[in-house]
Design a protein around this ligand. Structure first.
Ligand SMILES: [Zn+2]
Ligand SMILES: [Zn+2]
Length: 161
C-alpha cells in the first residue's frame, strides 16, 4: 500500500518535472526568437536567452520589461512611414492666398492663379522669393540690404550739418 503511494508520488514528481522542463524549453526558445526579431546584436540575443534559461520565469519577467518595444520589422515600417510623411510635407507647399496645395515646381497656384514663384534671372526656372539662391543653377536671388542709396545720402547730410 505504502509502496503504491510512493510510486504515485514519484510519477507525479516526474510529470511535474517534465512539464516544467518543457515550459522552460519553450520559454527559452520563445525568448531567443523574440530577441532575434527585436535586435541584430548577438550579445543582446545571447544575454536574453542565458538570462531566461538560468533564472526561468524571473528572467523572462525581466526580459519582458527591458526588451526593445518594437520588433525590427515594426521599426523598419515605422521609419518608412515617417520618411514618406516627411517627403510629402517637403514636396508640397501651401498657397499664401487660398492655402491650396502646391507642388514644388508650380509657378502659379492651380486653385486661385496666384503667382507663387518668379522665374530665375539666369535659368528662368520657377523659384520662391524667400529662397536665397536658385536651387537649379545656384544663381543668387538674395538682394543685399546694405548700401541703400537714400540712407547713405541722408547720413552724409547729417555729418555735414
Ligand atoms: Zn491659391
Ligand atoms: Zn536659376
Amino acid at each position: 500500500m505504502s509502496e503504491q503511494v510512493y510510486e504515485l508520488v514519484r510519477v507525479g514528481i516526474a510529470l511535474t518535472g517534465a512539464f516544467v522542463a518543457m515550459l522552460w524549453l519553450a520559454l527559452v526558445l520563445w525568448v531567443y526568437r523574440d530577441a532575434q526579431s527585436r535586435s541584430t546584436s548577438f550579445p543582446v540575443i545571447l544575454l536574453s536567452t542565458v538570462l531566461v534559461s538560468s533564472t526561468f520565469l524571473v528572467g523572462w519577467a525581466v526580459y519582458m520589461l527591458v526588451r526593445p518595444r518594437l520588433t525590427l520589422f515594426e521599426e523598419y515600417s515605422q521609419g518608412l512611414r515617417e520618411r514618406a510623411e516627411l517627403l510629402d510635407a517637403s514636396s508640397g507647399d501651401l498657397c499664401p492666398r487660398c492655402q491650396g496645395r502646391l507642388q514644388l515646381d508650380y509657378r502659379l497656384c492651380p486653385n486661385c492663379g496666384l503667382e507663387v514663384k518668379e522665374p530665375c534671372d539666369r535659368c528662368k526656372r520657377p523659384i520662391r522669393s524667400t529662397w536665397n539662391l536658385c536651387p537649379y543653377c545656384g544663381h543668387s536671388v538674395h538682394q543685399p540690404l546694405a548700401s541703400h542709396p537714400a540712407h547713405a545720402h541722408s547720413e552724409e547730410e547729417q555729418r555735414g550739418a
